[in-house]
Structure formats: structure tokens, C-alpha cells
Design a protein around this ligand. Sequence first.
Ligand code: NAD
Length: 445
Amino acid sequence: MDQRTAEVPRLTVIGTGYLGATHAICMAVLGFEVLGVDVDRERIARLASGEVPFFEPGLPELLTKALDSGRLRFTTSYEEVGEFGDVHFVCVGTPQLPGSDAADLSYVEAAIGSLAPHLRRRALVVGKSTVPVGTAQRLTGVLHDLAPAGTDVELAWNPEFLREGFAVDDTMRPDRLVFGVASDWAEERLRAAFKPVLDLGTPVVRTDLATAELVKVAANSFLATKISYINAMAEVCEAVGADVKDLADSLALDDRIGGKFLKPGLGFGGGCLPKDIRAFAHRAEEIGVGQAVSFLRQVDDINRRRRARTVDLVREVLGGDLAGRRIAVWGAAFKPNSDDIRDAPALDVARTMHGLGGDVRVHDPVALDNARRAAPELTYGDSAFDVARDADVVVLLTEWSDFREVRPEALAEVVKHKRIVDGRHALDAAQWRGAGWEYRALGRS
Ligand code: NAD
């Protein structure tokens, strides 16, 4: 082993989507030499030319900085990756399999399959993708089978907890790092690959592969459960005319409960929580402990019901029928500060209202291009006011600050009827009602 390998490992990042591109860029900014690889040539060309192919605050500036430093490069060649890297981070997607709740592991398998034959010296392969428990152990066998005979390679798992919209900060200053390893050597390599982050005092949990895989899905299950819990309370509030906002605020003041992820509304979406809880429930059933996490099915059901109930509320506000009514939709991304529209509640609700005959006009500050591609049947507009012109109702579905800052008096000038449905409990009800608007939100009296 040469001196460089012993001290500062060279890193590769396999899969340069939301997670991989962020990881590659941040690691280069932190001082590592990094090579990113993807099967998507266009994505690699854009990154290499300094363009981040998705919206993430702060990342474009860091990409420029990393490229200028000469420490970050991109390629489509696995041969180059094998030659270059000491530690290889696997960051490819693990979406839901069509027609099943299981995770599609074909991308992870393909990544390992493409990398392994090119590993010519001692290397650590680190999975960051979210996978069902047991995957790492199985892939360890695959890695050893496919790596050239006599090459010393090992697999570790380092689940990722970054949040889109805060991805840079979460990567540079994570709450914790989880190292699922099978040897002291793997832990030492991971410590070297995260040295600048560890130097900040970031806590590390060293554990086995299975626990590392489980930490990620357990965390996402907890967060999803908290959201669906308060939305279940919203359903009860709706039935009795109670106010879920006041209820949630009161619960949040209890230190043991806390207010994070306790916001009632349209529920969760995106490329992680929904597919992760489904894949976890599915995996638990496969290994005979389905009953232990069967509540996740209810968490999912409660969450899906929020979308239908939001459509029902709009229908009620419009007197029972959406057909031909002009509906301004604020938001398409699954959450603010992101252009990600994977399983986005906002887009789902917009499409359903369109399917019911509504004249739906959507605006989102950054997700419009993605939304147009995914739902070309909808009409889009360039601003919150643009889509609200002559609207029978305005429906806020993603709580961007742009929407929260709209003054009800100004909006009243452009709409046909002063009716607003706040799908995210993001607006000040008293302010809107005070300005003469009919303000409605699920679970609010
Ligand atoms: P993504 O779809 O944005 O990116 C995946 C990338 O992998 C794409 O660029 C794709 O072209 C590439 N890819 C696919 N097959 C490949 C192969 N064989 N070789 C090289 N590249 C390949 O997905 P993402 O959101 O970045 O998620 C990646 C993983 O990280 C998932 O398991 C996800 O659950 C997990 N995760 C995501 C987040 C998040 O906020 N997005 C957070 C934590 C964990």
C-alpha cells in the first residue's frame, strides 16, 4: 500500500443523482480527490461542465469550487473508477418495483456488477443507497465472486440521512454517521474517508451491516409515522369540529413529543419515505416479522387518504363539483426547496382535480419543468398570481415561502372568488379571513 492510500483515500461516487452528486461535490470541497460515475451520459456531461442537474440550494456554487480545485472529475467509465478509487460509494437509486411494494435492487446490483471486475487493488465498497435488510450480506458474496481472484475487497454500509433542500449542510455536518462494517480495516477506511466531518465531532455508530441497513428504514418509518399520527388526529378533528392545528401546537410543547414532523396537512411524498416504508413492510413480511411493522401499512393508508380528502375539501368549497371550475394550484414539488416531484402529493392532487374536470393551473417556484414532463396534461403558469387569475379557488399544496408571503389583499385583486384551501396549514387563517377570504384547511374548525 502506498503512503497516499494509507492516509487519504481517493473516493469514487457511483450514481450522481440527488445523493451521489451532493456527496461527490461535498467530499471534493472537503479536500478529497473524487471521481463521479453514472450510466447517464447527459448527466455526467452537465456535471462536468459545472451544471447541477437538479435544484439544491448552495450546490451549484460548490460544484464550481470543486471543479476549479481540480479535485472533482466525472466519467462514464467503470474501468477508470476501478483504477482511481480506494473507497467507492454506491449511491444509485432503489425505487419501488412497479406492481410491488418491494425495492428495485437492479441498479445496486448493476453498479456492483460493473465495478467489481475492475477492482485491481485493495478497496472498500460502501453502499449508501437505502436497501432492504440483508442486501449488504448478499452483495458481499456477489462482490467477492465478481472481483478478480486475489483482490482484497470488502463491502460496508453507510446509510444516508440527507434531506433534499438541506443536502449540503446535512452532508458536511450530519447529525451522525453510521458505519456498518465487517472488520476494523473497513471502519478505519471509512474514518479516513470522513475525516473532515469526524473532526467536527460528528458522532459515529459502528455496527454490523444488517443494523446499518435497518437504521435508515427505521428512521424513515419513525418520521412517516409521526406525520401520519398527526394526520390521523386531523381526521378525528374533522369529525368532531376540533382544531388539529391547536392540537398539534399543544402536543409540540411537550418536550417528550416535540414539534418536528408533527405538522398536519397533505402528508408526505418524495423519492424516499413512501417507497422506504413500503419496502420495509414488504421485507419484514418476507423474513417472517411482518406483524411487527404492520402499522406501516396504516401509516401509508392514512397518508394516501390525505390526498383524497384534500380533493374532497376543494370540491366542498366549490359547492360539490370541480367540472369547469378554475383551480389555482400552488406547488408541485413534494416539499419546498426541492424540484423533486417523485410521488409528490401536490402533483397527485392536481392531476386528480384535472381528471375530475377542473381547469387546473399549477405554479411552482422551481419544479415546473419536472412537473411539465410528468404531467403534460396540466396547465402551468409562471407565478402564484398568474395561475390565480380568475380562479374559483386557490389551493396551496407545497409550502414554499413564496406562497406564504402572498398578501391576501393583493391576491383578492386577481381571483374570481376569494376562496383558499391551505393543504399545508402554512397560512395565517386569521389574516386571510380578516381580508374577507373563505379560508379552509383539513382538520380545522
Ligand atoms: P436518483 O434517482 O436521483 O439518482 C440515482 C442515479 O444513479 C441516477 O443518476 C442514475 O442514472 C444512476 N445510476 C443508475 N444505475 C447506475 C449504474 N449501474 N451505475 C452508475 N449510475 C447509475 O436517486 P437519489 O435520490 O440520489 O437516491 C439514491 C439512493 O439514495 C436511493 O437508495 C435513495 O433511497 C437514497 N437516499 C436518497 C435521499 C434523497 O434525499 N434523495 C436521501 C437519503 C437516501
